[in-house]
Write a protein that binds this ligand. Structure first.
Ligand SMILES: N[C@@H](CCC[C@H](N)C(=O)O)C(=O)O
Length: 294
C-alpha cells in the first residue's frame, strides 16, 4: 500500500507554482515511508490533487535539520531543488509550530529558511550556484557557461540561441530575449528540455533584462511544462545576469504568477530567494488513487 494512501496533504502555491505538501515524518513506516514515482503520478492525476511539485517531508537524517525533503515533479521525476515549494513547506510548518527559522536537508544540500523580512514573506537560502559544465550537467565540455553554443531554428537565423547555464541544485538554461511572451515556449520548451546537451534534462527559461534591478522571466519546467512560477529559475536567472554584468546582485524577478526578490550574496556566494506562499486547502488522499500502484 502506498505511504500516501489516506495521508494528510496541504494544497498550496508559491506565486502560482502549484504545490502539494505531505509530511511523512509522523508516518508509522518512519524513514521507510518513501514515495515512488508511480505514487507521485497518481497524486498528479485529474482525480487526485494536480500539482507542479509534490514536497514530501521525511524524518531528518542529520542532526539540526527539521526534515529530509524529497521533491517530485508531476511526471514522477525527482528534483534537487524547488524554491517555491520550499516557501510553501516553511509557511505550513511555521504556522503549525510557531518556529521562525529552520534548516532542511534536500538532495541539493542543506537549506536554511526563515520568516521575513515582512510577516507574509519567507526567505530561502538556496545555497551557492554551480557553473561547471559537469555540475549542471552538460554532455560535453564548455569552459565558459555564461553562454553556450545551443540554438533552435534555422542555423543562419536561430529563434533562440546562446543560453547561460547554471545549476541551482537543478539544471537551468536561460535564453536572453527582448520579450518573453513573443516565443512559443510550449513548442520550444520540450525540445530544449530534452536536448542531448542536457543528460539530466533542464529547466528552460526565457529572460528579459528590464534594467539592472528588474528581470522578467517565463519558464518551461523539467518534468512539468509551463508553470506560473519557478523559484530556482528566478535564482538561476539573477545569478546568470549578474555574472554577465548585465544586472545587480540584488534584483526583482517578475514571473507570470508574481514577483520574487533575489539576492546573490557577496559574503558567501549563496542565493537568497524571498516571496510569499499561499495556503489553498487541505485533505486526505483517497486510497483509490493508488489502487493500481504496485
Ligand atoms: N518549481 C520549482 C522547480 C522545480 C523542479 C524542476 N522542475 C526540476 O525538475 O528541476 C522551483 O520553484 O524552483
Amino acid at each position: 500500500m502506498s505511504a500516501l494512501a489516506n495521508h494528510a496533504f496541504a494544497k498550496m502555491n508559491g506565486i502560482g507554482n502549484e504545490i502539494v505538501v505531505v509530511d511523512l515524518r509522523d508516518s508509522n513506516a518512519g524513514s521507510k515511508a518513501a514515495v515512488t514515482p508511480e505514487d507521485a503520478r497518481a497524486v498528479a492525476s485529474p482525480a487526485g490533487v494536480p500539482y507542479d511539485q509534490l514536497m514530501v517531508l521525511q524524518p531528518p537524517r542529520l542532526p539540526g535539520t527539521e526534515a529530509f525533503i524529497r521533491i517530485y515533479n508531476n511526471d514522477g521525476s525527482e528534483a534537487g531543488a524547488c524554491g517555491n515549494g520550499m516557501r510553501c513547506v516553511v509557511r505550513r510548518l511555521f504556522e503549525k509550530t510557531g518556529q521562525t527559522a529552520v534548516t532542511f536537508e534536500t538532495r541539493a544540500g542543506l537549506l536554511n529558511c526563515w520568516r521575513g523580512p515582512a510577516p507574509d514573506l519567507y526567505t530561502v537560502d538556496m545555497g551557492a550556484p554551480k557553473f561547471g559544465w559537469q555540475d549542471i550537467p552538460l554532455a560535453e565540455e564548455f569552459r565558459d557557461t555564461r553562454y553556450i553554443e545551443l540554438q533552435v531554428g534555422p542555423i543562419d537565423a536561430p529563434v533562440l540561441h546562446s543560453p547561460s547555464v547554471v545549476s541551482m541544485g537543478n539544471p537551468h538554461a536561460i535564453f536572453w530575449v527582448d520579450d518573453v511572451n513573443a516565443y512559443d515556449l510550449e513548442r520550444f520548451g520540450p525540445l530544449l528540455e530534452n536536448h542531448p546537451i542536457f543528460p539530466e534534462r533542464a529547466n528552460i527559461t526565457l529572460a528579459h533584462i528590464v534594467d539592472r534591478d528588474h528581470i522578467t522571466i517565463r519558464t518551461w519546467e523539467r518534468g512539468v511544462g509551463l508553470t506560473k512560477a519557478c523559484g530556482s529559475a528566478a535564482c538561476a536567472t539573477a545569478v546568470a545576469a549578474a555574472r554577465l554584468k548585465r544586472a545587480n546582485r540584488s534584483v526583482e524577478i517578475t514571473l507570470p504568477g508574481g514577483k520574487l526578490a533575489i539576492e546573490w550574496r557577496e559574503r558567501d556566494g549563496h542565493v537568497l530567494m524571498t516571496g510569499t506562499a499561499d495556503f489553498e486547502y487541505e485533505g486526505r488522499f483517497d486510497p483509490a488513487l493508488f489502487a493500481n500502484v504496485a
